[in-house]
Structures are given as structure tokens and as C-alpha cells.
Write a new protein. Structure first.
Length: 89
């Protein structure tokens, strides 16, 4: 069974993260420390090279002051088609 991945959703999640990093004046290093990952991993999430894991959605939202629902919804779209996410949501 093929694994679903949506690179456009990954880019969108990265844009959300970058916007809120800028607003909060938080560095990649500070967010990395809060999430327990490397700053290189944060760069990969922000640029859409890596998909933000679902388990990081809540801690990322809390750290950046993002609406948790918005980030979780967008994160799920990286892994599932929009129609499925909408049906669950």
C-alpha cells in the first residue's frame, strides 16, 4: 500500500512555522530546544524538505503561539488527502 505524502502541505506547514517564528522573534535554535530536535531539523520542517510529524504539531503550536487546530489540520494534510482530513475534522 503506497504511503500518501503531500509536498504542498509540507511547504504550507513550513510557511506557517516561518511566519510565527518571525512574529515571535524566536530563532530556529530556540524552537529546536523546545522540541528536542536539532536546528537543522527545524530548517527542514520550515523549508518543507521534511514533513512535520503529527506529534510535534501541538508543542510547535504552543511554542509559536499558533492556533493548535490550524497547525494540526495542516499537518494532517501532509499525510492524508484533504477529503479524508475534512471527514475526520
Amino acid at each position: 500500500m503506497p504511503t500518501y505524502r503531500n509536498p504542498h502541505a509540507a511547504l504550507y506547514v513550513g510557511q506557517i512555522m516561518q511566519t510565527h517564528l518571525t512574529k515571535s522573534q524566536m530563532s530556529y535554535q530556540e524552537l529546536a530546544l523546545r522540541l528536542g530536535v536539532s536546528d537543522t531539523k527545524i530548517v527542514s520542517f520550515v523549508t518543507g524538505r521534511h514533513y512535520l510529524p503529527v506529534e510535534f504539531a501541538n508543542p510547535t503550536a504552543e511554542a509559536l503561539g499558533i492556533d493548535q487546530g490550524e497547525l494540526i489540520y495542516s499537518t494532517l494534510q501532509q499525510y492524508f488527502p484533504k477529503a479524508e482530513v475534512d471527514a475526520i475534522w
